[in-house]
Ligand binder design. Structure first.
Ligand code: HEC
Ligand code: HEC
Ligand code: HEC
Ligand code: HEC
Length: 187
């Protein structure tokens, strides 16, 4: 072996090799510890970005992703009004009167439907109270939902997100949106 380092290189007996091997094992352990911690940290972060539980575990990944149902089928008002709209449970039953109709979560949908009580979905994407945001002009300008909401069709549970003014301003600068905040975007 010609690649002994420093003192280690002088004695090429079993104990040196043992030390080299022990060193290698330590290195591997350190590597695993670091990647393990990183992995944990990563999972912790993504867990944090997973949204709150909803009254019915509705999955955008399954409906909009896997089944390819259009966003506008359930959020039909985006290009006509300020709000996108959350579908009434009757719209779910449109399909679920036929699809997995005995599923416990679908039976729950029926209870909301029969009592007329709206499903208490938790609001997730929010702006500060004094901010005026309307979907219509943005959608008519051709922006995709993902520009502001991220890859919704990949989430089983949408994250909670508070929009910051910097985000709005940055895009307005780039695309000639209004920049006079107090006239355009604030009450
Ligand atoms: C089958 C109906 C359905 C389809 C299709 C659908 N959604 Fe939804 N969406 C819902 C329901 C129900 C909620 C409320 C529960 C929730 O947050 O998961 C919701 C919530 C949301 C919210 C959060 C609203 C809030 O509280 O701030 C956004 C954003 C959203 N959808 C965007 C999209 C986009 C983008 C697509 C297409 C990629 C899409 N949705 C497709 C039914 C649907
Ligand atoms: C256009 C048809 C369609 C509409 C509208 C629809 N779904 Fe579904 N949904 C499906 C299909 C397809 C499946 C998959 C069924 C299966 O697993 O075979 C499904 C599955 C589900 C499941 C079971 C998921 C699981 O993990 O087993 C739930 C819960 C659900 N939908 C809730 C809803 C809610 C709430 C709404 C209304 C906001 C809704 N769906 C609207 C087609 C629809
Ligand atoms: C330019 C950014 C932007 C785009 C593009 C956008 N949204 Fe939004 N969306 C927002 C903001 C900001 C809010 C929060 C509004 C508030 O707090 O009143 C929101 C709220 C929502 C909500 C919840 C409340 C409601 O009814 O409005 C839904 C659902 C939604 N968006 C769906 C969509 C869908 C579907 C699309 C694509 C067709 C889309 N959004 C495109 C910025 C955007
Ligand atoms: C992806 C780029 C983009 C983002 C993000 C965006 N905007 Fe805009 N916004 C535009 C553009 C471009 C226009 C000009 C649209 C037109 O006049 O055709 C506009 C127009 C507006 C208008 C004037 C039209 C109206 O509704 O009266 C307001 C107000 C506004 N945006 C508020 C906001 C707020 C608040 C946010 C952040 C929550 C935001 N925008 C995020 C691109 C964006």
């Amino acid at each position: 072996m010609q690649w002994g380092v420093g003192n280690l290189g002088r004695r090429r007996d079993g104990s040196t090799r043992g030390r080299i091997r022990a060193g290698a094992v330590l290195l591997v352990l350190a590597f695993l510890a670091v990647t393990g911690l990183f992995g944990y940290g990563f999972r912790f972060l993504t867990y944090q970005s997973l949204g709150p539980e909803q009254p019915i575990p509705f999955s955008h990944r399954l409906h909009a992703g896997v089944k390819g149902i259009h966003c506008r089928f359930c959020h039909p008002f985006v290009e006509r009004s300020a709000r996108a709209g959350i579908p009434e449970v009757g719209k779910c039953l449109y399909c679920h009167n036929y699809i997995i109709r005995q599923h416990p979560q679908i039976l729950k949908e029926h209870r909301y439907y029969d009592t007329g009580e709206p499903v208490p979905w938790k609001r997730l994407f929010i702006t500060a109270d004094h901010v005026q945001f309307r979907h219509q002009p943005h959608i008519l300008r051709g922006f995709d939902c993902t520009e502001c909401h991220g890859p919704v069709q990949t989430f089983d549970r949408l994250p909670h997100h508070q929009f910051r003014m910097g985000f709005c301003i940055q895009c307005h600068r780039k695309n000639n949106g209004p920049l006079s905040c107090w006239l355009a975007c604030h009450n």
